[in-house]
Design a binder for this molecule. Structure first.
Ligand code: GRF
Length: 202
């Protein structure tokens, strides 16, 4: 059975595009039911429209309290019967309403090998710290920022002449491979959590 997924974005949407392509090329047995952005000007909304996917803009600015924003997201996602929610460059913290509505079913992609370099500017953090290897992490979302169980990680070398831009580009190539793989692993369901460990297939 093809599972429905919701994708939440705030910007460029290149990871969204990677998921769209994986679905289209049948590397991922899923249907993107809706793409939701908290920003009307997110370029990723155009990518979704071009792919014939329903789009919604739910702006956090339209809600005086964060919980109400979260509830609006839950309502939209539930109405579309999504099994999992993929954060793809979604620049808002996910709150309790979302976490309770989709337990262990919200995924996020982060451009470092967590727990190193959480938060914003992960590529700059890695470069400035001087690590020789960084990478990408896809994880389940919990209340802790970038702190949930790790579904998969892929490593990327840091080169001596790297800039934030060149390192980010190298990581992004790996992100686009990793996210569809992680979604497939979660949807296949042959996994369990042992404490914080995602074990089984990824
Ligand atoms: C990616 O680097 C992702 O890892 C991070 O935000 C960026 C989003 O890029 N969470 P895009 O919008 O998918 O192109």
């Amino acid at each position: 059975m093809t599972r429905r997924i919701g994708v939440l974005i705030s910007g460029r949407g290149s990871n969204l595009q990677a998921i769209v392509d994986a679905v289209r090329e049948r590397r991922l047995d899923a249907e993107i039911a809706v793409v939701i952005s908290n920003r009307a000007d997110a370029a990723g909304l155009d990518r979704a429209r071009d792919a014939g996917i329903e789009t919604l803009c739910i702006s956090h600015r339209d809600f005086s309290v964060r919980h109400d924003f979260d509830r609006a997201l839950v309502e939209a996602l539930r109405a579309r019967d999504v099994a999992i929610v993929c954060l793809a460059g979604f620049m808002r913290l996910v709150g309790s309403a979302m976490l309770e509505a989709f337990p262990n079913a919200i995924l996020n992609i982060h451009p470092s090998l967590l727990p190193a370099f959480p938060g914003v500017d992960a590529q700059r953090q890695a470069l400035e710290y001087g690590v020789k290897v960084t990478g990408v992490t896809v994880h389940l979302v919990t209340p802790e920022l970038d702190g949930g169980p790790i579904i998969l990680q892929r490593s990327v070398p840091v080169l001596d002449d790297d800039t934030v831009a060149s390192l980010s580009a190298r990581i992004l190539v790996e992100e686009h491979r990793a996210y569809p793989d992680a979604i497939r692993a979660v949807l296949e369901g042959q996994w369990r959590l042992e404490g914080r460990r995602f074990v089984g297939r990824s």
